[in-house]
Design a protein around this ligand. Structure first.
Ligand code: KG4
Ligand code: ZN
Length: 336
């Protein structure tokens, strides 16, 4: 008999629900909050209120699309963390209520593990062990994935995340939030004519705060001489910044893959939608004889399909939680 899982994602500014039948995705709904744009970043209080409004309609949507009733669901998986507390609380409370009302098991999912397990939704799936570079608005991690439920964080960022480096650069340039996709688009028409320093940190660690400061100083110095500097050079600035960030990411990833003698290499998280990172990884893997795993765009940014995938593995392991569970904004990948 097959198992049907309802999955809920509400960790940041996307409210998402998905239905998975065994390991097959049946339905996915994502509602992305646009109101944060004018504030230059996610406003937590607004995010949690929007989740409250969106969560019931989005669950209703996936149930209808899957032609299922609540009583057909066998388990609920939800994002326990990491993320914004108020946002996580909405998904956690909804999931607890749904599980209680339908007398079904409840499964907690780590958002960072789920970004990686997004690779298991569709073919071609990576072979274990593989190394994944998870790059999002809040995190940058190099993870050795030994099996779906056994992951080791090799290193992470000491300060800003890769997505933050894009978003903060965009803010300094007067671009709307989130600036990552806009910088990516502008960069396609530019050249990497400006250079920025490479951080000097451990081999598996990342640091983007020095880069941010050097970009700020670079912009201030040039704007002093020419107030239209950003407007006149935005494509080249975006291309140079993107090149700097992507080079740092790919160098660290390549080093880790060589050290661990791994053949399957993956990227995940919102920044894995970046065109230079995607093409750079493809090129690197071709040169080294590795297999590159690049997620479909819809599975790069936050979505409940990846939560359902993680939930599927935990269901098989009978790894359930109870009604006392609370969200954990700083949830870490469990070290083995
Ligand atoms: O994983 P995600 O949807 O949310 C978090 O869990 O943080 O990632 C969002 C981040 C934002 O910082 C956004 O600017 C970045 O992903 N992003 C991109 C691109 N698309 C989204 N960064 C660079 N290039 C892109 N094409
Ligand atoms: Zn995410």
């Amino acid at each position: 008999m097959s198992t049907i899982i309802l999955a809920i994602e509400s960790s940041c500014d996307d409210t998402s629900a998905a239905i998975m039948k065994d390991a097959s995705l049946v339905s996915l709904g994502v509602s992305s909050q646009k109101m944060h744009e004018i504030y230059g970043g996610v406003v937590p209080e607004l995010a949690s209120r929007a989740h409250q409004q969106e969560i019931v309609p989005i669950v209703d949507f996936v149930l209808k699309e899957a032609k299922l009733r609540p009583s057909d669901i066998d388990a609920v998986a939800f994002t326990q963390g990491p993320g914004l507390l108020g946002s996580l609380l909405v998904g956690t409370s909804f999931s607890k209520g749904f599980a209680l009302a339908n007398d079904i098991p409840l499964i907690t999912v780590n958002h960072m593990e789920a970004h990686i397990l997004a690779h298991m939704i569709e073919e071609p799936r990576p072979n274990f062990p593989f190394i994944c570079l998870t790059v999002s608005g809040g995190h940058t991690q190099l993870v050795l994935v030994k099996s779906p439920m056994d992951m080791e964080v090799l290193g992470e960022t000491l300060d800003d995340a890769a997505g933050e480096a894009f978003d903060k650069t965009g803010k300094m340039m007067g671009l709307p939030y989130p600036a990552g996709p806009i910088i990516d688009k502008l960069a396609q028409d530019g050249k990497p004519v400006f250079t920025f320093p490479t951080p000097n940190v451990g081999p598996y660690e990342f640091s983007f705060s020095g880069l941010k400061t050097s970009i700020r100083n670079f912009l201030i110095n040039n704007l002093k001489d020419n107030p239209d500097f950003v407007d006149q050079n935005k494509e080249d600035i975006c291309c140079s910044v993107q090149n700097a960030i992507v080079t740092i990411l790919l160098d660290k990833l390549a080093y880790a893959v060589e050290q661990y003698d791994i053949k399957d290499v993956a990227i995940a998280g919102g920044v894995s939608a970046n065109s230079d990172l995607r093409s750079g990884l493809r090129k690197l893997c071709k040169e080294k004889g590795w297999t590159a795993h690049i997620p479909a765009f819809k599975y790069c940014t936050d979505n409940a399909a990846m939560i359902a995938m993680a939930g599927h593995y935990k269901f098989l392991a009978k790894d359930f939680t109870d009604q006392k569970v609370t969200p954990n904004p700083r949830l870490k990948i469990k070290q083995t």
